[in-house]
Design a binder for this molecule. Structure first.
Ligand SMILES: N[C@@H](CCC(=O)N[C@@H](CS)C(=O)NCC(=O)O)C(=O)O
Length: 205
């Protein structure tokens, strides 16, 4: 298998999961900012016509895009690693609820702050208010739960960590200092061995 990634991008969640589960996957860097080439010099659009990361090639005929789906595929390769509830269980729908929340509510909302100069002042205020409402949901979740699925660390946490880490790592204009539970959650995840390994491999730390 091959995972196509860009340093610090949303693909970090898949990279973390690969290291958590000790899966045999080649990790291939892609320039998604300018040239859209892999580190091997290949035209990335020829590999993944969508042009974005993450992208997982399983065999010459099968590839998956969309991070939330790639994460589930990776977790299913080693069910004993318990990075996701099993297919067909009610908990599987619960983790899909969180993965969808992260993908549709958090990921692109936080992403939009990288280009905040596109916003009018009113637009920026609107985006901030919306993001704070979504962060408040997580702050409440972590009042009584260590992780999104309760006591167990899963792929949903790898994904939530990855996108919320952008706020501090890239100095985005969002004040999260009041979210004590989120801050404790982020620290707990950041110092996991697999997270440190993936971040080092991407040159982030
Ligand atoms: N819908 C995709 C979006 C992935 C995405 O936004 N990837 C960003 C990095 S975090 C990217 O590759 N951007 C480059 C581009 O869009 O050209 C997913 O959920 O996996």
């Amino acid at each position: 298998m091959k995972l196509y990634y860009a340093p610090g991008a949303c693909s970090l969640a898949s990279h973390i999961t690969i290291r958590e589960l000790n899966l045999e996957v080649d990790i291939i860097k892609v320039d998604i900012l300018k040239k859209y080439k892999t580190e091997r010099g290949e035209d990335y659009y020829k590999i993944n016509p969508k042009g974005y990361v993450p992208y997982l090639t399983i065999d010459p005929d099968t590839s998956i895009s969309e991070g939330a789906v790639i994460l589930q595929y990776l977790a299913d390769q080693k069910p004993e690693g318990k990075m996701s509830p099993l297919e067909g269980t009610p908990e599987r729908y619960k983790i899909q609820e969180w993965l969808t929340f992260i993908a549709t509510e958090l990921h692109h909302l936080i992403d939009s702050f990288f280009a905040k100069y596109h916003f009018t002042e009113a637009g920026l205020k609107f985006q901030k208010a919306k993001l704070h409402k979504r962060l408040a949901i997580l702050e409440t979740q972590f009042t009584d739960n260590d992780f999104l699925m309760g006591a167990d660390y899963t792929i949903a946490d790898a994904y939530a960590f990855t996108v919320m880490n952008w706020i501090s790592a890239f100095g985005l204009d969002v004040d999260i200092s009041d979210y004590k539970n989120i801050s404790a959650y982020m620290n707990k995840i950041q110092y996991r061995e697999a997270v440190q390994t993936a971040m080092k491999e991407e040159g982030l730390i």
